[in-house]
Design a protein around this ligand. Sequence first.
Ligand code: ADP
Ligand code: MG
Length: 239
Amino acid sequence: MEAVLVENLVKKYGNFVAVNGISFRVEEGRIYGLIGPNGAGKSTTLRIIATLLKPTSGRVSVFGYDVVGEADKVRRIISYLPEEAGAYKHLTGYEYLELMAKIYAGDGYREYVERGVELAGLGGRIYSKIGEYSKGMLRRLLLARALMTLPKLAILDEPTSGMDVVYATEIRRMIKRINQEGVTILLSSHNMLEVEYLCDEIGIISNGRLIAEGSPQELKERYGGENLEEVFTNLVRSV
Ligand code: ADP
Ligand code: MG
């Protein structure tokens, strides 16, 4: 079964067409990257899959559940990391993970907190107030929150945006590791270089359309280029 099925998805904001007939599928167990420049329609697409925004037309399902008609069922099996996410600044990282785990799992929350603390990798700083965290530390905490419950599908909008190289590398390692535990990952990035070694499959999105799809290797062979940034440049030149 496919984890995500998107068919002819259209999203308009007023008269502006942000997503213009996108179709793709994500197989269970994969890491799929939606990549493209700012304004391409990545966040809009991910928010629709996460049931937070209604499509104008088209069909989207997650593990067979329709994101509009069965939104409650979808929400139970996904987690979503928004592009611009904050957290309660007066809580410590630990308290935040504990709160989120309790909301999710009631009495059985301890296992999630343990995994979250370990994933966040903040050492003793997990007991500091979130208000004192750097941007990179906050992003790791939020990503740990999204992954600690081992959802069937994790939807991660720009998981490494604004990270320095060391943090970005560790976040990629975290994503790979949790994928190996069976979590299907759908992520977005405007940084075409950094997703090349992370994703099994990539959809390149530009102006609300999916203009190419394949494994990083396939895309480089098909469109020419040493890396995905060159693939994108070649693609845009050719259309
Ligand atoms: P990306 O995540 O690829 O940068 P977005 O999905 O955020 O792209 O945005 C796609 C387009 O839709 C952009 O031109 C953006 O300005 C526009 N857009 C996004 N959200 C809204 C909104 N709430 N109202 C109007 N336009 C929006
Ligand atoms: Mg975005």
